[in-house]
Design a protein around this ligand. Structure first.
Ligand code: SF4
Length: 379
């Protein structure tokens, strides 16, 4: 391992051009049907001991100019992505910056849905209302745990009361709050996990959604450096396992199997909910919002499976007769050739492929007597 020294001067974000996204295979990103991420600032002055983000971007917050931020948003809207996610560590940390971006969006009349990350102690009804007026539909908060003692240990610097106040302010402003928790923090026990789950349900009843990650103690984080003192056992140094979906630590009070079980239970409950929506769709009682959520999620899962397994690349070319090149038939044939790379029937895969094609993410070319399908690289 080679460790370079810390940069003496952090990057001046005002001088950076917008990212060269045209060099990426944008059609593939689009086929995943997810919000496209961008940043409007870098840096975080807080000291949460599990966080690797602040180690990478430094503690001094540097903001881009609102004009440049909204130029990038306009560019992304031009590419027809469904939503932009502002992935800054602390978009709402500076009221001036946040209002400046919202004012610029309003001044241009830009009609774009977006979401952002925030801390519960750095939002207010006034700020959220302003964001909502500028197109913000959802805000994600890292709450990490409902246990005040663990919150103190990890130096999160927030209180349970602030979490509830932020969720209420979001509900009042018409913005969806999403809360994220981490299992496996120092001091975690079966009781603190239950405390967090109960708190998540309480927030859900107030209009929030919530989910769990499992602690991934990345190199450079204080939680890793002080693991022994904090009572955490790190079970692997295989970085491929550091994806936060499986337990790779244990505490004195709870083992990895228990934490995996909690995460699985939460996933099973979500799958059960999706199953109920599916039944409602079949008998015509699903709300448009429920139906949209399920169809969008399935499109993402199907297209992701097809990409990860190179299904289109392996099966997307075959001989055709020039006289029989009906697009719908070609899509149906493609779906039959690739559906078993997914857990879905051919008819559902065909719908997902058609959606990708309509979104400009998938295309075919006929040359001679061969049709060849591919994800579009450029939009
Ligand atoms: S978790 Fe969020 S608030 Fe805490 S240090 Fe990291 S970026 Fe900052």
């Amino acid at each position: 391992m080679h460790v370079t020294p810390a940069r003496e001067n952090p990057v001046d974000v005002k001088s950076l051009p917008i990212p060269a996204r045209h060099l990426l295979p944008l059609g593939r990103y689009k086929a995943l049907n997810m919000p496209v991420s961008m940043t409007t600032s870098r840096g975080c002055p807080f000291k949460c001991i599990f966080c690797v983000g602040r180690k990478m971007v430094g503690s001094r917050v540097r903001y881009r100019a609102p004009v440049s931020v909204v130029d990038e948003m306009e560019y992304l809207k031009g590419l027809d992505f469904p939503q932009v996610n502002i992935a800054d560590d602390l978009f709402t940390a500076s009221k001036n910056h946040c209002f400046g971006v919202c004012d610029e969006i309003e001044a241009r009349g830009l009609d774009l849905k977006w979401s952002s990350f925030a801390r519960v102690d750095l939002v207010s009804y006034e700020l959220l209302k302003k964001m909502k007026g500028a197109g913000c539909v959802a805000v994600s908060f890292g709450v990490e745990t409902a246990n005040p003692r663990i919150l103190k240990t990890i130096r999160k610097g927030i209180t349970i009361e602030q979490v509830e106040a932020a969720v209420s302010a979001c509900a009042d402003a018409g913005v969806l709050p999403h809360l994220s928790f981490i299992l496996g923090l120092p001091g975690e026990t079966p009781e603190t996990i239950e405390e967090t789950r109960t708190f998540g349900e309480k927030l859900k009843a107030m209009g929030a959604s919530y989910g769990f990650h499992l602690l991934a103690p990345f190199p450079g984080t204080e939680i890793r450096e002080r693991a022994q003192e904090l009572g955490i056992r790190i079970l692997t140094n295989d970085w491929r396992e550091y994806h936060a979906n499986r337990a790779i630590v244990e505490t004195d009070g709870v083992d990895s199997a228990t934490m995996d079980g909690v995460a699985k239970q939460w996933k099973d409950e979500f799958d059960e909910y999706l199953g109920e929506v599916k039944m409602k769709m079949e008998n015509g009682t699903a709300t448009p919002q429920e139906a949209w959520q399920l169809v969008s999620l399935e499109n993402t899962v199907i297209n992701c499976d097809l990409m990860m397994k190179s299904a289109i690349e392996k099966n997307g070319a075959w001989a055709v007769s020039q006289r029989r090149c009906d697009q719908d038939e070609l899509l149906a044939t493609l779906a039959k050739r690739v559906y078993d790379y997914t857990g879905y029937p051919a008819a559902r895969v065909k719908d997902s492929l058609k959606w990708a094609m309509d979104a400009g993410a998938l295309e075919y070319k006929i040359s001679g007597e061969t049709v060849k399908w591919s994800w579009r690289d450029h939009l």
